[in-house]
Ligand binder design. Structure first.
Ligand code: CP3
Length: 347
């Protein structure tokens, strides 16, 4: 008899197959809420961690060992490919900072269209190492920042609340903005392609800040570039996940990116998302700060989302944004336990 090796649970769920239980992983699952991550970070900087395959592999595996999530996610950052384009970034206590924000034609022209295998060889090496260590039933996810979200960091020089510099460029010099967005799409495609070729089995495109745009501006400055990324990746066959923080206002448009799965934040009810976009699969969507609740509150919040999904195929449990450093480990344990106990086949 030949051994039947079934496709990993999360890959089947991403494609919309009916599965025996809801898979679960957590955005930013390798991070400062874990004491074992903090122990590694005490000895090196965040960038050293990203650039050293043995260390990146170690921290990628930490949350798998502890919680046995249904997927691992490569340890890196969406801003690493921008470094490779010639825009140095520093990760300090106040979040990432670009020493020289990119705002003029000359600054855009000075960026390099780099070959990711040459500028980020450590990414491919990390993936190869992680794949050797990971059990076969736990796939490895790759990721990149979507062009518009990368654009916000590069143009603002870091995080922002109002995106004033971004909007000044979009509305005063749209041709310059479109030129930069094209370059960022090329970078995201190159990075994701390398990740898939190196062993990542699904990828997530983080368009975290796309919801800062009015729907009409989303259609002009974010959607076409996310669509270009997915258009060029779909031939590789890996499921494509699209995430926006605050996706509710642009859900129908986001559904036209070519994504296999939409990763939704907590401001949108999962049942409503399902009704508005019937043909895709969904990831999410627990409020990360629900993890500050009591055990019964955490378990009830998890169940509410599973109930909202109403047993439909194609749901991956996750938080609606990354886990934060103060999140209690016990709350993550309650969450994972509750999702695992919930039987989709009994519904
Ligand atoms: O999810 C994972 O475990 C994989 C690794 C990962 C990181 N960042 C590691 C990280 C992933 C997928 C990201 C994505 C990322 N990075 C996004 C998109 C998701 C989102 O949160 O919206 C964005 C916008 C970034 C940019 C970024 N990197 C910011 C704004 C910050 C500072 C905020 C913070 O949490 O410190 C980072 C730093 C960062 N990236 C850390 C980690 C674990 C913390 C750095 C440290 O250890 O000091």
């Amino acid at each position: 008899m030949t051994l039947q090796i079934q496709k990993p649970l999360i890959l089947r769920a991403l494609q919309g197959e009916r599965v025996e239980r809801t898979p679960v992983w957590i955005m930013r699952q390798a991070g400062r809420y874990l004491p074992e991550y903090r122990a590694v970070r005490e000895k090196c900087t965040f960038l050293q961690l990203c650039r050293t395959p043995e260390l990146a592999c170690e921290v990628t595996l930490q949350p798998i060992r502890r919680f046995r999530f249904d997927a691992a996610i490569l340890f890196s950052d969406i801003l690493i490919p921008l470094e490779a384009m010639g825009a140095p970034v520093e990760f300090g206590d106040g979040g990432p900072k670009f020493t020289r924000p990119v705002r003029t034609r000359a600054q855009v022209d000075a960026l390099r269209d780099a070959d990711p295998y040459e500028t980020m060889p450590f990414v491919a090496q990390s993936i190869q190492l992680i794949k050797k260590e990971l059990p076969a039933e736990i796939p490895l996810l790759g990721f990149a920042g979507a062009p518009f979200t990368l654009f916000t960091y590069l143009v603002e020089g870091g995080g922002s609340k109002d995106f004033a510099a971004v909007k000044r460029m979009l509305f005063q010099e749209p041709a310059l903005a479109h030129g930069l967005l094209e370059r960022l799409a090329t970078a995201a495609i190159g990075s994701l392609r390398m990740q898939i070729e190196s062993g990542c089995e699904a990828v997530q495109l983080f368009d975290t800040w796309a919801s800062a745009l009015a729907p009409h501006d989303y259609e002009t400055f974010a959607l076409p570039y996310a669509r270009r990324v997915f258009d060029e990746l779909k031939r590789f066959g890996a499921p494509l996940i699209y995430y926006t923080n605050g996706i509710g206002g642009i859900l129908e448009q986001a559904a036209t990116t070519g994504a296999t799965c939409l990763s939704i934040d907590w401001r949108l009810d999962l049942a409503e998302a399902r009704a508005r976009v019937p043909n895709l699969t969904f990831q999410g969507n627990l409020d990360p700060h629900a993890l500050l609740g009591t055990e019964s509150a955490v378990r009830a919040a998890a169940r509410r989302i599973l109930d909202a999904n109403a047993g439909l195929p194609g749901h991956i449990f996750n938080l609606g944004h990354g886990i934060f450093p103060e999140a209690p480990i016990a709350a993550v344990e309650w969450l994972v336990d509750e999702v695992r106990r919930y039987r989709t086949d009994a519904l």
